[in-house]
Write a protein that binds this ligand. Structure first.
Ligand code: GTP
Ligand code: MG
Length: 142
């Protein structure tokens, strides 16, 4: 499969705990190339918009509050089979179920404060990347 892209956020819990550097290192050592990177902070409105697909679910308000409570790091990553391989690297949503050595196994606190986001499809990876980055902010290594 040709190189393709996924989108990630290092969530406020991981930044506050000082784990951002270790997480970025794990991502790059696992073969992902960073093609865009930004530290920013979501307003509650932007967090609601990003996770709009979960509107109406029991955990939605808590999720929006959590995602807007501190800075996040957003990044676009490139690798063969990027979406699937990155989901494998981060592990299950609930860290109690995340495989040994995955980012959520190592750095998540619970099912809400789970350290990282990873896109769940190529289509959503493109939508989520555009949510944060213009085309000019995505670099080429060629
Ligand atoms: P993301 O990569 O952040 O999208 O997580 P995910 O794809 O593994 O899970 P999903 O998209 O279903 O949920 C988005 C986020 O909502 C999760 O990462 C959690 O922070 C939160 N969340 C999901 N399910 C639950 C739940 O059952 N309880 C609580 N409290 N939070 C949840
Ligand atoms: Mg998701």
């Amino acid at each position: 499969m040709a190189n393709n892209r996924t989108f990630t956020m290092i969530k406020p819990d991981a930044i506050a705990a000082g784990n951002a550097g270790a997480i970025i290192q794990k991502i790059t050592k696992s073969g992902f190339k960073i093609v865009a990177l930004k530290m920013t902070r979501l307003t509650p409105e932007k967090a609601s918009e990003f996770y709009a697909v979960h509107q109406g679910k029991s955990f939605y308000d808590k999720l929006v509050k959590f995602m807007s409570r501190g800075p996040i790091i957003a990044a676009v990553l490139e690798k063969n089979n990027a979406v699937e391989d990155f989901r494998a690297l981060i592990g299950s949503t609930n860290p109690d179920e995340a495989a040994e050595g995955t980012i959520r196994n190592l750095y998540a606190t619970d099912v809400t404060e789970n350290a990282v986001h990873g896109s769940d499809s190529d289509e959503n990876a493109a939508i989520e990347s555009q949510f944060y980055f213009s085309n000019e902010e995505i670099v080429s290594y060629d």
